[in-house]
Unconditional design. Structure first.
Length: 353
């Protein structure tokens, strides 16, 4: 809408992505901040509470906490993007497809858990993966067939693309989507644990996306320049603003949880930003906390199946530290610190080519 005002009335300041990104941030932040208390009151009245896994230690006190707060910050983000972004931009359209599509899969899963009161009674693992796969294929195909997005792959420290994947890029991007959404979902186990690393990752990726879409900055840093991609910075900053508003109530001790509605939506957007920024490999560093959580589960399951022994007291790894009697807020803050430092390192790599 605001971009249309620039075009119709020649309001020069509204042409700048940086200005509209800032406006999107505050619009989403304020909507989330004021809408969440109303949603929480409704959720409590409707008993839309978080089912707690009986095997998770010390979480019984959380069982009456309302969930599906992700629906609020997803809606806030979409509203912010619709107000501030150029809606004719193919990359913005694909970004909205991503956040809405993955959020709907999570919503379906959350709804099943709430209605049955059982944390294990949402979508089946196969059903969830199938739906995530469909959304990932749809967005990946849109990038190639509609947005004409280049299918080359880049790795850190190298100036030129490694090779062109062609239509195999769809398969690669689907893997990135599935891995990232599930990684964020696994991380969302403590109050605010997934929220802050997500904000940090979105900030880093937003910077890289902006540079990738800027002819001068991308040339200076020897990054690929892709016309039109910079507009998606607005999606990154707007979701960051919505998540900051969510953190107001999700910080320890949490008054609301995001549920799969939120975690899958965040994972989808993080993956999408990494793809269009040609930073899929760098995502391992940008999303280091998500990687650590996922690897801990893989190691735990693999070790138990192969050796009959566990590597950790409990997985994902944040539960391991709970079992070791670490205070929850100590685990959360230390994980936030790791996320912050890993993203600083990721940004440093942009200059080393």
């Amino acid at each position: 809408m605001l971009y249309s005002f620039y075009q119709l009335f020649d309001i020069n300041i509204l042409q700048y992505i940086s200005v509209r990104s800032g406006l999107g941030f505050f619009i989403a932040f304020l909507i989330t901040l004021f809408a969440l208390p109303k949603y929480m009151a409704w959720a409590i009245a409707r008993k839309a509470k978080q089912p707690i896994n009986k095997y998770v230690p010390n979480h019984a006190s959380k069982q009456n906490t309302p969930t599906m707060g992700g629906a609020v910050f997803v809606i806030s983000t979409v509203i912010g993007v619709l107000i501030t972004a150029d809606l004719t931009n193919a990359y913005i359209i694909a970004g909205v497809m991503t956040i809405v599509g993955f959020a709907l899969v999570g919503f379906q899963d959350d709804l099943g858990k709430i209605l049955t009161g059982d944390n294990l009674k949402g979508l089946s693992s196969r059903g969830k993966m199938a739906l995530l796969f469909v959304i990932a294929v749809a967005v990946s195909s849109f990038l190639i067939l509609v947005a004409d997005f280049p299918t080359t792959i880049y790795v850190p420290f190298m100036k030129e693309p490694v090779f062109d994947m062609g239509y195999f890029a769809i398969l690669f991007w689907v893997i990135v989507f599935l891995a990232t959404t599930n990684a964020v979902n696994l991380t969302d186990g403590l109050d605010g644990l997934a929220t802050v690393p997500s904000i940090i990752a979105l900030s880093s990726l937003g910077i890289i996306v902006y540079v990738t879409g800027h002819a001068i900055f991308s040339g200076y840093l020897l990054l690929p320049n892709i016309q039109g991609v910079g507009e998606v910075t607005i999606l990154a900053t707007t979701l960051s603003g919505a998540l900051l508003g969510f953190l107001w109530y999700n910080g320890y001790p949490a008054e609301i949880f995001m549920g799969d509605t939120g975690s899958l939506a965040i994972g989808g957007v993080v993956a999408y930003l990494a793809i269009i920024a040609k930073s899929e490999a760098l995502l391992l560093l940008i999303g280091l906390i998500f990687v650590i959580e996922t690897v801990s589960v893989i190691l735990q399951v693999g070790s138990y199946k192969l050796r009959g022994k566990r590597v950790f007291l409990m997985a994902p790894i944040h539960h391991h530290f709970e079992m070791k009697k670490w205070a929850e807020n100590k685990i959360i803050v230390r994980f936030w610190m790791i996320a912050f430092m890993s993203n600083i390192l990721a940004l440093i790599t942009l200059k080393i080519r």
